[in-house]
Ligand binder design. Structure first.
Ligand SMILES: C[S@@+](CC[C@H](N)C(=O)[O-])C[C@H]1O[C@@H](n2cnc3c(N)ncnc32)[C@H](O)[C@@H]1O
Length: 667
């Protein structure tokens, strides 16, 4: 495929220089308040509970993992964040990324009312899961649920778009991917945030091949929509051409001479008041495109011809290097899946967007990264990238995908295959490393939905799915369930206070449900309850509460691992692994239960080893993530031992994303 990647800025026609690669300033230990610029303002959509976002709190980020197989010390390392993107974007703004992101692509949940589910599949289909002709491979886990009511959804998107605009460079672009359910509303929100002048295109993409879709009494909806907005009128823009199929080429250019195929086109001028171009040529008095001398030159060179004697002269038109793409994209559907992630988008779609609106070395951001498509394509096209997702399964999927790509790039480099962009090959990678950060503690987020359901059932809470903040009601009281991944802190209570301020007419009492609480929260609560006539807060601490407590027993996954140092080598052997949650999910009977226990590896998605673990950041020295789900992890590993005493850490991640970390100190 021939693609033009001529680098020009629309409006300036100037080449964009390769950007200097910089790393963010180190993370501040404390939370910070960050200012957010107001929306441009018109046109303006309104919704119930609409509020501006003038300030956000940036919480500290914790580095949890690095993938740096070549031990790269200097320069940029890509970033993957696990957390709510509002907090992650605030962190980026507080840490040197304001005005530094060249391209943003987002594919948020569509608010379609559907539960997106990831299939939980055990490894090794034949050996373990197929018994008595039935398949037991499928358990289902809710990855995320987009069941917000309209108003909450719009507020959610509005806040993210305001933050995203702040991160864009002056010549940057944002692409928002959505479907017909919300596109008309999101276009208004985008106009308000970016200014209608900065609307560049509405792209309609055929998301699946037509013809298969049969819907009674309506048309199959087989397209989705992408809105392109730039931050200003000088934005990065590279022409993108796509190959024209041979059949179309023959139709369009029906003639052939020694220089190749051509078509014949008119060579008269559509402006008739051009006396210097009006003359007689081969018996035709017309206003032509060129002067008489130029016309004669072209005629002699065979570029202007008469198809038959007596016919008006016409010019030969030859095919370009492919066609410039337009706003209708019917050739990048989501047909093949690389990761099994339910909403994975086509890499070809991202290739197009990244090439159109960024240059090698530029920074691309996707804060709804899902399976990691944007980062994967950015990595292949020599862009730097930042990704974020609230879902641990997504982060793990993206991590695995990126690790495989980087390994391939290292191997290709070793064989001298990667060429500089100018040389015609793929651009050199901007970095061969990435780090994973967590903003707030979402370790238990994978069970959060489940935990909320359990807690609600146990306490008799009536779920309210239309409220973005409160989870339900208990009698007349409003209930907020704090994610079980962290104890209740004054920060959570500040959030609650902010929420109540935005609802001045709310006079109900509040119940906050948490697993445990930090002692500092008590003073805050005492003070609040003493001074508030309404909205008094009662806390139910599930771990200790006498009435409701002790119902929530999460049985963690367990592993039996042997780690030994042997003649300059580390030998790791996993002897057994068990995940009570997986077994419970699969809801299997005794026979199958036994079958599973005999093959612990069916439950394990990946094994990673850090040969010199510092207790904080996991540096992957060896990873075993079989690409195909029918393959099992090896279970036994050997790797070189570092010099001197070191802690060896083995991280085993199961098919639900739960992690077990085993460490041994070697002398
Ligand atoms: C439609 S999917 C994106 C799919 C992605 N484009 C791909 O190719 O795989 C939307 C993603 O947004 C994530 N998400 C939803 N709310 C979020 C939030 N508040 N912060 C970060 N990620 C969020 C979901 O977990 C989900 O992975």
């Amino acid at each position: 495929m021939k693609k033009g990647t001529r680098s020009v800025k629309a409006g300036s026609k100037k080449a964009t220089p390769k950007r200097k690669v910089t790393q963010p300033e180190s993370a501040p230990a404390k939370k910070q308040e960050v200012a957010v610029a107001a929306a441009k303002g018109r046109p303006m959509l309104t919704w119930v509970g609409k509020r501006p976002l003038r300030r956000v709190t940036a919480f500290p980020a914790q580095l949890v993992e690095t993938f740096n197989p070549q031990g790269q010390k200097d320069g940029w390392q890509n970033l993957l964040f696990h957390g709510d993107n509002k907090e992650v974007l605030a962190w980026l703004l507080a840490n040197g990324f304001r005005g530094k992101v060249n391209l943003i692509y987002i594919d948020p949940p569509f608010d379609s009312g559907a539960d997106y589910v990831r299939k939980v599949q055990l490894r090794g289909v034949a050996g373990v899961a197929k018994i008595d002709g039935e398949t037991y491979t499928l358990g289902e886990q809710i990855q995320y649920t987009d069941i917000w009511a309209n108003d909450n959804y719009l507020q959610f998107m509005y806040e993210r778009l305001l933050l995203l605009k702040e991160l864009l460079t002056e010549d940057g672009s944002l692409y928002l991917h959505c479907d017909s359910g919300k596109s008309y509303l999101l276009r208004c929100v985008l106009d308000e945030v970016f200014g209608a002048d900065n609307f560049r295109n509405e792209i309609v993409r055929e998301k699946q091949r037509g013809g298969k879709h049969h819907v009674k009494k309506s048309l199959g909806s087989i397209h989705d929509t992408l809105f392109h907005y730039s931050k200003g009128d000088q934005f990065t823009w590279n022409e993108f051409r796509k190959e024209v199929p041979e059949r179309v080429l023959l139709e369009r250019y029906p003639y052939e001479d020694e220089q190749g195929r051509y078509a014949l086109a008119d060579c008269t001028n559509f402006k008739v008041d051009r006396p210097n171009l009006t003359y007689e040529f081969l018996g035709f008095l017309r206003t032509w495109k060129w002067t008489k001398e130029e016309m004669q030159r072209k005629y002699k060179a065979g570029e202007v011809v008469q198809a038959a004697p007596g016919n008006i002269p016409r010019r030969k038109v030859r095919p370009n290097e492919g066609d410039l793409i337009q706003s209708l994209w019917y050739d990048v559907p989501d047909t093949e899946s690389h990761t099994d992630y339910p909403t994975e988008k086509s890499p070809k779609l991202l290739e197009r967007i990244i090439q159109l609106s960024s240059n090698p070395g530029d920074l691309a951001l996707d804060c709804f990264i899902g399976s990691g498509t944007t980062a994967a394509v950015a990595q292949k096209l020599g862009r730097r990238w930042i990704g974020c997702d609230i879902n641990k399964g997504a982060i793990q999927t993206a991590e695995t995908r990126l690790q495989a790509i980087i390994r391939e790039q290292i191997e290709a480099q070793r064989q001298g295959k990667l060429l500089e962009a100018e040389g015609g090959g793929p651009p050199e990678p901007a970095s061969l490393a990435f780090s994973v950060y967590r903003v707030n503690d979402y370790d238990l987020a994978i069970q959060h939905n489940e935990a909320v359901n359990l807690a609600c059932e146990h306490l008799g809470v009536q779920r309210t799915r239309t409220d973005a903040y409160f989870d339900g009601t208990l009698g007349k009281r409003l209930v907020k369930i704090i994610p079980f991944g962290h104890p209740l802190t004054p920060l959570d209570l500040h959030e609650l206070e902010k929420e109540l301020k935005s609802r001045p007419r709310e006079d109900r009492q509040i119940v906050v449900v948490c697993l445990g609480k930090e002692p500092t929260a008590d003073a805050w609560l005492e003070d609040w309850n003493r001074h508030r006539p309404v909205n008094k807060i009662e806390v139910i601490e599930l771990r200790t509460d006498k009435k409701y407590g002790k119902f929530f027993t999460h049985q963690p996954a367990r592993a039996r691992v042997e780690i030994k140092g042997l003649k300059g080598k580390i030998v790791v052997e996993i002897k057994d692994f068990i995940s009570p949650t997986i077994i419970e999910r699969l809801n299997i009977d005794q026979t199958i239960f036994r079958a599973q226990v005999t093959e612990w590896r069916a439950m394990v998605d990946s094994v990673m080893i850090d040969a010199a673990y510092d207790g904080k950041v996991f540096n992957i020295a060896l990873s075993d993530v079989p690409e195909r789900k029918i393959d099992l992890v090896q279970g036994r590993y050997e790797l070189p031992a570092p010099e001197g005493p070191a802690t060896v850490a083995v991280k085993i991640t199961d098919m639900l994303g739960e992690e077990v970390l085993e460490t041994v100190q070697l002398r």
